[in-house]
Design a protein around this ligand. Structure first.
Ligand code: FES
Length: 143
C-alpha cells in the first residue's frame, strides 16, 4: 500500500458527508477512466450557495478521502467557488497523495462539476460550457 498522510487516513476511516440527498438540487455521476470506479455527488443549493453536499463512491480509499475533503471544502461556498476547486487543491489539503493515486482525486473534482452542471440545467436550462456530462468513463486527461 502506498504511504498515506494522516489526513488521508482520517478522511478514509471517517469520511464526511457520505450518503445521498433524496431531494438534491443537482446530482452528478462520473466514472474514472483509469480504474473504472464510479462516484455520485448530490448538492443542495440556495441563493447560489451549496448548503449541503453528499457523495457515494465505489472508488478506493484515496477516492473516499478526496471526496470527503472536497465536500468539506465546497460546503457553504458559492457554485462559482466550487467550480474552481481542483483535485490538486484537494490533494494538497489532505497533505498530498501518492502519485499513483492522484487519478482517484479526479473523481471528486469531476463529480462536483457534474452535480453543478445538473443543477444549472435544471434551474437555467443551460449546463456548464464545454462540460460533458457522462456516466461513462471520461476521456483521459492530465491532472
Ligand atoms: Fe479507482 Fe482509486 S483506484 S478511485
Amino acid at each position: 500500500m502506498p504511504p498515506y498522510s494522516e489526513k488521508v487516513m482520517d478522511h478514509f476511516m471517517h469520511p464526511r458527508n457520505v450518503g445521498e440527498i433524496p431531494d438534491a438540487d443537482g446530482v452528478g455521476q462520473v466514472g474514472n477512466p483509469v480504474c473504472g470506479d464510479i462516484m455520485k455527488m448530490y448538492i443542495k443549493v440556495k441563493d447560489k450557495i451549496i448548503t449541503d453536499v453528499k457523495f457515494q463512491t465505489f472508488g478506493c480509499g484515496a477516492a473516499i478521502a478526496t471526496s470527503s475533503m472536497a465536500t468539506e471544502m465546497i460546503k457553504g461556498k458559492t457554485i462559482d467557488e466550487a467550480l474552481v476547486l481542483t483535485n490538486k487543491a484537494v490533494a494538497e489539503a489532505l497533505g498530498g497523495l501518492p502519485a499513483v493515486k492522484m487519478h482517484c482525486s479526479v473523481l471528486a473534482e469531476e463529480a462536483v462539476q457534474a452535480a453543478i452542471n445538473d443543477y444549472l440545467i435544471k434551474t437555467t436550462g443551460k449546463g456548464l460550457p464545454g462540460f460533458k456530462p457522462s456516466e461513462e468513463p471520461l476521456e483521459k486527461h492530465d491532472h
